[in-house]
Design a protein around this ligand. Structure first.
Ligand SMILES: [Zn+2]
Length: 328
């Protein structure tokens, strides 16, 4: 078994009606011309959408090829997997995103083609004054009541609204109605799925004058009506003083790390997705030999063992990995 080094990928940009320029202006990404850069997919293995390694021995390989040819080294204790199970992206919500909901794994299996369910979590990286997001239905909205408001054109009235601060984390399990709002830049970790049921798109049309399709019936079928409003996550301390846990669920764990000088990460026989959200750092074994800057992401394969991070001036990272349980 060979050792895989830390993997750096080319970002996969997505341009949507609600995107803007902040992937460059806030996160330093090199984007092209255009006012609609919505998402930077940092780590993805989903059908045709593939992260491609940008440096080192595996330069040019897709994440799927690495899962297939070096799965044991990449995935460690979670080997084997038919696809890389998590997707990590950065979003510029220059305008409101559609009000939407995602299926769970069981419901996703009934789709054509079948897809994973989608549980997701957001960390707010930037917020314009007054920007908001929507997370969960207000209390008292069952299927009938929610459907009535959708038909009246008053979907927004049913949604729990939050004005988040930078650093806030919001956890959105499958079945929770949600929408990110204009003026936010967020990091999102999710299951590697691309199935979205759109309920309301703010009465918008695209540049050709067409509205995007809605999927109201199927959305109403997958909503978890018992869940109610979603609050901002309360970070929990861990046994390591510089690490706080933002989300722990059966699909992923999301930790936030503050690095003052040196820090060891990994060494637990599982992969880690590490994204720098503040400052920059150097990582031993990084084939680019360049600092990992705010807005950049590294995938540490399980076979790397413990990796040393060195920060000058302090930095903040997100560390995302699979929990024990369904993936073992
Ligand atoms: Zn979503």
């Amino acid at each position: 078994m060979s050792v895989l080094w830390p993997l750096r990928f080319e970002p996969v940009f997505r341009r949507y009606i609600w995107g803007g320029r902040r992937l460059q202006t806030v996160l330093g990404k090199s984007i092209g011309e255009g006012e609609d850069y919505a998402e930077s997919w940092e780590v993805v293995d989903h059908g045709e959408d593939q992260s491609v390694v940008k440096a080192g021995e595996f330069e040019g390989a897709t994440l799927r090829q690495i899962v297939e040819q070096h799965g044991a080294e990449l995935l460690g204790r979670h080997y084997p997997q038919s696809q890389f199970p998590l997707l990590f992206k950065l979003l510029d919500c220059n305008r409101n995103l559609s009000v939407q909901v995602h299926p769970n794994d069981e419901q996703g299996q009934c789709l054509d083609p079948p897809d994973l369910g989608k549980t997701e979590a957001w960390v707010v990286l930037h917020a314009e004054r007054g920007s908001a997001l929507y997370a969960g239905l207000k209390r008292g909205f069952d299927r009938e009541a929610f459907e009535r408001e959708i038909n009246r054109g008053t979907t927004e009235l049913c949604l729990h609204k939050i004005e988040p601060r930078v650093g806030d984390c919001i956890f959105i399990p499958a079945g929770i109605v949600h929408a990110l709002g204009e003026g936010l830049v967020v990091a999102e970790i999710q299951q590697a799925s691309d199935t979205t049921f759109r309920i309301f798109d703010w009465n918008r049309v695209d540049s050709s004058g067409n509205p995007r399709p809605l999927h109201i019936e199927v959305a109403l079928d997958v909503i978890d009506y018992g869940a109610g409003p979603v609050s901002v996550q309360v970070p929990e301390p861990t046994d390591r003083p510089h690490v706080e846990r933002l989300v722990s669920c059966d699909k992923f764990t999301l930790d936030r790390l503050r690095v003052g000088g040196e820090l060891m990460i990994g060494g637990d026989d599982r992969f880690h997705i590490v994204s720098v959200i503040g400052g920059s750092l150097m990582l031993d074994g990084d084939p680019t030999d360049r600092p990992v800057q705010r807005g950049e992401t590294v995938l540490l394969p399980a076979s790397c063992g413990e990796c040393r991070l060195v920060s000058t001036g302090g930095s903040t990272l997100l560390d995302m990995y699979l929990p024990e349980g369904p993936y073992n």
